[in-house]
Design a protein around this ligand. Structure first.
Ligand SMILES: Cc1cc2nc3c(=O)[nH]c(=O)nc-3n(C[C@H](O)[C@H](O)[C@H](O)COP(=O)(O)O)c2cc1C
Length: 357
């Protein structure tokens, strides 16, 4: 996942992340999409077969407002995972991101595990680097605009996601904890290429969204609380290594963050919002669009099928797209724009958050 500078190579760490997500409980305690309910329409007055999920994202036409969030790259198995995901994204004509490209920026021999994506006709390809790497960490060189250009070129990308993962970094005693200077580094890069500011499970507040907008980012991926918890992933890694402090911090901050639906509403500052964090199915996706997202992103819900085969990913995504269409039908929404104008009910903790000023 997001970069972190624990001991051991980036390659090994990326493999461990995938294995932990596949084998251990890593979700946050609540999925906040359960607090959001769409309002049923008994007389939809549209025909199911005429519903269109087509939309535009970063200037490109896509078949559905559903994106494969950046997950992996940098070790041999990741090449197969990225190939399965890219084949599915191309077949279904939806956007896809790769995982942090730090491994390949440091060791170009690993570039192929990401570059494979460029072999397919994916409508929007998103490169990925970490915000903590944009400032010097304990003597390590800070990445600059040239590194961002290399990451983009490596996979023929249309945009660059800069992931913010300070929760994951700080729960590891050896993580990258220098955070001053990140926003100006992001601004420099955003002046040169389309940047998506992306959280990784802790959400983005309105204030942060406004700062990011001012820095010139083109879109905001809220990466909110409710799905994969990187604090949980680091808890499992620390436990396996007998690192008591890491285990303690990972456990305490397992459920830290801004719930994804709240963050979708908060981060709506006039830029396209990507709702990621705990999206499990097409109904969650419909709820996110109703709350103002332009597109949703899925990671945890796809990693198992991505580790299996191209057809497993396609089957899963087709199911999600069909669920989205059913939700659109039952709310009387002929297209994505109509769905975004519907009202929904927000209850529970999510309702409390949204009631705050
Ligand atoms: C196995 C795995 C690896 C990930 N690696 C990255 C990464 O390298 N860069 C990144 O920006 N996000 C990464 N993420 C975070 C996701 O893109 C996403 O923001 C987060 O997992 C929340 O979505 P989810 O609840 O659908 O999993 C990773 C997620 C998973 C499950």
């Amino acid at each position: 996942m997001p970069d972190s500078s624990v001991k051991g190579s980036t390659e090994k760490r990326k493999g461990e992340h995938v294995d932990i997500v596949l084998s251990e409980p890593v979700n946050s305690a609540s999925n906040y999409w359960d607090d959001v309910t769409l309002i049923h329409n008994s007389l939809p007055e549209i025909d199911f077969d005429s519903i269109s999920t087509e939309t535009r994202f970063l200037g490109r036409k896509i078949n559905a407002p559903i994106m494969i969030s950046g997950m992996t790259g940098g070790f041999e198995r990741a090449r197969g995972i990225n190939r399965n995901l890219a084949e599915a994204a191309s077949e279904l004509q939806i956007p896809m991101g790769v995982g942090s490209q730090r491994a390949a920026l440091e060791n170009p021999a690993l570039a192929e595990t990401y570059r494979i994506v460029a072999d397919y006709d994916v409508p929007v390809v998103i490169a990925n680097i970490g915000a903590p790497q944009l400032v010097g960490q304990r003597g390590k060189r800070a990445y600059d605009v040239e590194d961002a250009v290399r990451a983009m070129k490596m996979i023929d990308a249309d945009a660059l996601a800069i992931h913010m993962n300070y929760l994951q970094e700080v729960v590891q005693p050896e993580g990258d904890r220098v955070a001053s200077g990140v926003i100006s580094a992001m601004e420099r890069i955003a002046g040169r290429m389309p940047v998506i500011a992306k959280e990784t499970g802790a959400g983005i507040s309105r204030k942060t969204a406004l700062r990011l907008k001012k820095a010139g980012v083109r879109a905001i991926d809220v990466g909110g609380l409710g799905g994969t918890s990187w604090s949980a992933v680091e808890y499992h890694r620390a436990k396996a290594r007998g690192n008591e402090m890491g285990e303690r911090l990972g456990k305490t901050f397992w459920n830290w963050g801004i719930p994804t639906p709240v963050s979708v509403a908060e981060a709506n500052v006039g830029l396209p919002v990507i709702a990621s964090g705990g999206i499990r199915n097409g109904l969650d996706a419909a709820k996110a669009i109703c709350l103002g997202a332009s597109c949703v992103g899925l990671a945890g819900a796809l990693i198992r099928s991505a580790s299996e085969s191209r057809s497993a990913v396609i089957t899963e995504l087709q199911g999600i797209m069909e669920e989205l269409r059913v939700a659109m039908f039952l709310t009387g929404s002929a297209n994505v724009r109509n769905l975004s104008k519907k009202e929904c009910v927000v209850s529970g903790m999510t309702g409390v958050w949204m009631g705050l000023d």
